[in-house]
Design a protein around this ligand. Structure first.
Ligand code: 5GP
Ligand code: MG
Length: 177
């Protein structure tokens, strides 16, 4: 697949990340928060978001993947943090995109089993039209149409994560809210 146009520019992303960090800082006592970044897609978003906070914040990551790499395959978590890292904490899952919601739903369940005091999601992008799982996602940067995007951490077969903008693949361009 060929790279299409820019859907969200680097400067709009930076602006949204700053606003999300401000909102989270207002809503939470950051000393009780742990950011759980979902690798690999959230790599850029997590690194920018955590540095946008004006005070120290606990940061960790998990790795999530679909068992067979296709839609409908089972979502599994690996590298889950130990219980003492999560128990009694306000957990903020940091995701690139909430699509069907399954990834966040599966991870929320695991974090809840580890004794999280609360769980919410902070995602750069949301595709609400595709949702099949109920997910609490209070902090969203942009609502995206149902197109496949790459860049700013998001890949297509491992490629394009290093693009500074969020782009669409050829033929998939459309309006962003
Ligand atoms: P969900 O479990 O919510 O359906 O899917 C979440 C994951 O699927 C996202 O974290 C992301 O890794 C991947 N995903 C969903 N939509 C896109 C997309 O448009 N582009 C890319 N690169 N990954 C996507
Ligand atoms: Mg992801």
């Amino acid at each position: 697949m060929q790279l299409g146009g820019v859907l969200i520019s680097e400067s709009r992303i930076a602006d949204a990340v700053g606003k999300l960090a401000d909102r989270v800082s207002r809503d939470y006592d950051l000393s009780r928060v742990v950011l759980v970044g979902v690798m690999d897609g959230a790599v850029c978003f997590l690194s920018d978001l955590m540095r946008a906070f004006g005070e120290p914040v606990d940061v960790t990551t998990v790795r999530m993947r679909r068992y067979d790499g296709t839609e409908g395959g089972e979502v599994t978590v690996s590298l889950l943090p130990p219980r003492d890292r999560i128990e009694g904490r306000e957990v903020l899952i940091v995701e690139d995109i909430v699509d069907t919601g399954e990834t966040c739903a599966v991870l929320s369940e695991r974090l809840s089993e580890l004794g999280a005091a609360s769980i919410d999601v902070c995602a750069l992008l949301d595709k609400p039209s595709r949702r099949t799982h109920d997910v609490k996602a209070t902090y969203i940067g942009f609502e995206a149409p149902d197109v496949f995007v790459v860049g700013y951490g998001m890949d297509c077969d491992g490629v394009y994560r290093n693009l500074r903008d969020v782009c669409v693949l050829e033929g998939g361009e459309s309006e962003l809210n």
